[in-house]
Design a binder for this molecule. Structure first.
Ligand SMILES: [Zn+2]
Length: 187
C-alpha cells in the first residue's frame, strides 16, 4: 500500500502524513474498518440524534434507579429499626424504658426521613440527574462523616456506606454524561 502525492506525484508509504519529496500534507487514507467515534464527537444525522436521545434517557434511568434503590433500602432499614424499637419490651409504656429501644425508634425515624429525601431526589433526577445525584452524594457523605465524628472516630461498619457512596458516584457520572449530551443537543 502506498499513496501517490497529489502535489508532486511522488510515491509515499501508506502511513505517511506528509510527502517525503515535497513535504506537503498527504490525503488521509480511507479505512476499511468502522470509524472510531470519541466521546467528544456528536451525531449530526437524525438517526444519530435519536440514538443520542436514547443514550440520554439511559443515563437518566441509571441515576433515577440508583437514587430510588437507596430510598427503598432506607425504607426497609428504617422500617425495621422502627418496628424493633416499638416492639422492644417496655419501650413505650414505662418511663424508665431501656434507652436502646428509644435509640432504635429515633434512628428508624431518621432513616425514614432520609428515605423520603432520596425518593424526592430520584424523581428530581428524572429531570436533572446531575444536580440530584450530587445533592444525594453530598448529603449522604456529610451524614456518614457526621456519624463517624459523633461516634468518636469509630469507622467500623462502613461497608454499606462506601457501597452507597460508590453507587452515588456512578449516578453523578451518568448525570455528567447526560449533561454533555444535552448541551450538544441544545446547539
Ligand atoms: Zn509531494
Amino acid at each position: 500500500m502506498s499513496i501517490v502525492c497529489p502535489h508532486c506525484s511522488a510515491t509515499n508509504e501508506s502511513t505517511a502524513q506528509f510527502c517525503t519529496s515535497c513535504g506537503k500534507a498527504l490525503p488521509t487514507q480511507t479505512t476499511t474498518g468502522p470509524r472510531v467515534v470519541s466521546d467528544k464527537e456528536f451525531a449530526s444525522s437524525k438517526t444519530g440524534q435519536t440514538l443520542q436521545l436514547a443514550e440520554m434517557k439511559k443515563q437518566v434511568k441509571t441515576a433515577f434507579s440508583i437514587l430510588l434503590t437507596i430510598a427503598i433500602l432506607q425504607a426497609i432499614g428504617g422500617g425495621l429499626l422502627l418496628i424493633l424499637g416499638l416492639l422492644a419490651p417496655g419501650s413505650a409504656q414505662q418511663a424508665g424504658a431501656p434507652t436502646g429501644a428509644f435509640e432504635l425508634v429515633f434512628v428508624g425515624v431518621f432513616v425514614l426521613i432520609l428515605c423520603a429525601i432520596f425518593t424526592t431526589l430520584a424523581f428530581w433526577a428524572r429531570k436533572s440527574p446531575l444536580p440530584a445525584a450530587i445533592t444525594g452524594l453530598a448529603l449522604y457523605a456529610t451524614l456518614v462523616i457526621a456519624g463517624i465524628v459523633v461516634s468518636g472516630g469509630q469507622v467500623r461498619g462502613l461497608v454499606i456506606p462506601i457501597i452507597i457512596c460508590i453507587a452515588l458516584s456512578r449516578a453523578i457520572a451518568a448525570g455528567v454524561k447526560h449533561r454533555a449530551l444535552k448541551q450538544h443537543m441544545a446547539v
